[in-house]
Design a protein around this ligand. Structure first.
Ligand SMILES: [Zn+2]
Length: 101
């Protein structure tokens, strides 16, 4: 008998949660934010993976003795650019050309 009462109460509670008692607008807004946060986390994760891949390629180029030269035109990459982005593999001109595509 007691178990039935508990089940009924649980059912009643979940019913009221499903109905409009909870601010549905607030809830969907929160859900949207959560999705946005997840996507932001994913894009940060992708950025970090991308960065790590770039750093790994830079380390390979250091081993090969080609570090600091452009992968496309083989000219030295601008010193200021390497200082700002030590893992870059393209000179400014070629990086611009690539981002335009
Ligand atoms: Zn270049």
């Amino acid at each position: 008998m007691q178990l039935t009462t508990i089940e009924e109460e649980t059912f009643a509670t979940s019913q009221s949660e499903l109905s409009g008692d909870v601010g549905l607008d607030d809830e969907s807004a929160d859900a949207g934010t959560a999705t946005f946060e997840r996507e932001k986390d994913l894009s940060i994760e992708n950025n970090i993976r991308d960065l790590l891949a770039k750093i790994e390629r830079a380390l390979t180029r250091i081993d090969a003795g080609t570090y600091g030269t452009c992968e496309r035109c083989a000219k030295p990459i601008e010193k200021a650019r390497i200082k700002a982005l030590p893992y870059v593999d393209l000179c400014i001109k070629d990086a611009k050309a690539r981002s335009r595509r």
